[in-house]
Design a protein around this ligand. Structure first.
Ligand SMILES: Cc1cc2nc3c(=O)[nH]c(=O)nc-3n(C[C@H](O)[C@H](O)[C@H](O)COP(=O)(O)OP(=O)(O)OC[C@H]3O[C@@H](n4cnc5c(N)ncnc54)[C@H](O)[C@@H]3O)c2cc1C
Length: 465
């Protein structure tokens, strides 16, 4: 068997693996072998549905050393007034360029179309999926498991419901153009389903032709509060209002009332209390568009689709041969259990700041290269499992804010963050002349510590599980 050596073996060349390696190589002299089952870098973006766009601005997504897009503000369309968001094709070609830059350093090697086994502590076997040839990789420093949170997307997942012969079911990826159908049954309550509904409506399908199976209602973030650079002030204002609510709410109900009243969380149907939170983000224009769909099915999860009936966990509804059932039920973000990010011989990149995977992976790469011991590294990078339920808003906010408080005590990290493009708050200082920004920063400082304490108190009062 062939043998190679490297300081780090990084399994997974998706957004997380690339952002980690980019930051590690920038801050150290390490050499790295990257492995991915796919031939190309970019992970799930290679299988994304055709009309998908980043949910956040391109300005702070990707690897730190290479800008994505041109930081321009869209003038028309559902994203008008907000920073541009890259398409899947743009993201895939971007990640190829990012990998090429890493290869150009001479310190990174990429083994595509290869899989990696995890059985040994000091060495691992990489198998070429085309030839079956195996290579032993001796790892001098650490294995990096950048597939721990591998994303699930509709084109590659297996639906959890059964489908009888003759029923028309299509993954959302098949919607390159509007298919011929009398009606569309959209299955799923998450962001992919929201995107599919918006796309069908934008492409002329009447709202009456859409039926939306939403097993759970979701809290949704307002895109206004995710903007960087010139539009940063509302984002920081929003964050400060979240911390204020988190610090002052007497009860969980009051917390969510305040978050909604200040526009930090929104819901599609004001009469239903959301139980789900996946960081889905929509503009007001998209919210209005989606509220046009009246036929919302709230009978739980789809279990089986027969030619004339859909069976759900809490009931059944009729269907027919004219209906196209659009599967948007892949879970997207993987909620693998939180584990220490830094362990002997191993790094497992995971969220720290809520729902910012590339910022977090770069943070982990930078911290690995810059700090000496794992206790310090884990203190700066506590794992913050992706949210699932509405209650998870409290945990992800508390863990993320606790980390933010730690970063604020560390001069090196503060300077690094001020300069990196993956940090939403970069350029904060240039807004210091704006009264709204000054008020927001004062509010954040006031509630930085007490928000964590109060959230922990509120969570302690929740029923177990
Ligand atoms: C539609 C959609 C929109 C999104 N928009 C945003 C957004 O705007 N902002 C944001 O921050 N996040 C967004 N996300 C979240 C997104 O999941 C992350 O941004 C990021 O792309 C996840 O990257 P990853 O590297 O963790 O996972 P993946 O992209 O899944 O990459 C993991 C890689 O590991 C490889 N792999 C797995 N097992 C092995 C093995 N044994 N051997 C070798 N290779 C292996 C896989 O082939 C894969 O390429 C979005 C997600 C979706 C689905």
């Amino acid at each position: 068997m062939a043998e190679i050596e490297a300081d780090y073996l990084v399994v997974g060349a998706g957004a997380a693996g690339l952002a980690f390696v980019d930051a590690l190589v920038d801050a150290s002299d390490a050499d790295v072998v990257m492995v991915d089952r796919r031939e190309r870098p970019g992970g799930h973006w290679n299988d994304a549905y055709p009309f998908v766009r980043l949910h956040q601005p391109s300005a702070y997504y990707g690897v730190n050393s290479l800008p994505l897009g041109s930081d321009s503000i869209d003038e028309s369309g559902p994203n008008a007034g907000f920073y541009e968001r890259a398409s899947a094709a743009e993201i895939c070609s971007y990640f190829q360029r990012a990998l090429d830059h890493l290869l150009d350093t001479g310190r990174v090697r990429f083994l595509g179309a290869s899989t990696c086994s995890f059985e040994r502590s000091d060495g691992h076997t990489v198998t070429d999926l085309a030839t079956g040839d195996a290579t032993a990789v001796r790892v001098r420093r650490r294995l990096v498991d950048a597939r721990y949170l591998e994303t699930s997307v509709p084109s590659t997942h297996v639906p959890t419901f059964g489908v009888d012969e003759g029923v028309r079911v299509a993954p959302v990826n098949s919607l390159a153009e509007v298919p011929d159908a009398d009606g569309f049954t959209i299955i799923g309550g998450g962001k992919t389903a929201m995107d599919a509904c918006c796309w069908l409506l934008d492409n002329g399908v009447p709202a009456e032709a859409l039926r939306w199976v939403r097993p759970r209602e979701s809290w949704v973030l307002d895109r206004l509060y995710t903007q960087p650079l010139d539009l940063l002030t509302p984002t920081i204002d929003g964050l400060s209002l979240q911390l204020e609510a988190a610090a002052e709410a007497e009860t969980v109900d009051e917390l969510f009332e305040r978050l909604e009243a200040t526009g930090q969380l929104q819901r599609l149907d004001p009469t239903i209390e959301p139980t789900m939170y996946h960081c889905a983000t929509l503009s007001q224009a998209e919210m209005e568009q989606l509220r046009r769909i009246d036929d919302v099915v709230r009978l739980g999860y789809v279990r089986r689709i027969e030619p004339d009936r859909i069976h759900l966990t809490d009931g059944e509804i009729p269907t027919g041969s004219g209906q196209l059932h659009v599967d948007c039920s892949a879970y997207g973000l993987r909620r693998s259990p939180a584990r220490p990010i830094f362990e002997p011989g191993r790094i497992t990149p995971q969220p720290v700041r809520s729902c910012q995977p590339t910022f977090n992976a770069a943070l982990v790469g930078h911290v690995e290269a810059t700090y000496a011991d794992d206790a310090t590294k884990n203190r700066l990078c506590p794992p913050n499992q992706y949210p699932n339920t509405a209650m998870d808003w409290m945990r992800t906010t508390a863990v993320g804010q606790q980390a933010q408080n730690e970063w604020g005590q560390d001069r090196e990290l503060t300077v690094w963050m001020e300069g990196i493009r993956l940090n939403t708050g970069r350029g904060l200082r240039s807004h210091f002349g704006e009264p709204a920004m000054v008020t927001a920063i004062e509010r954040m400082i006031t509630h930085g510590e007490s928000s964590v304490t109060n959230l922990e108190r509120l969570m302690a009062g929740l029923p177990t599980g």
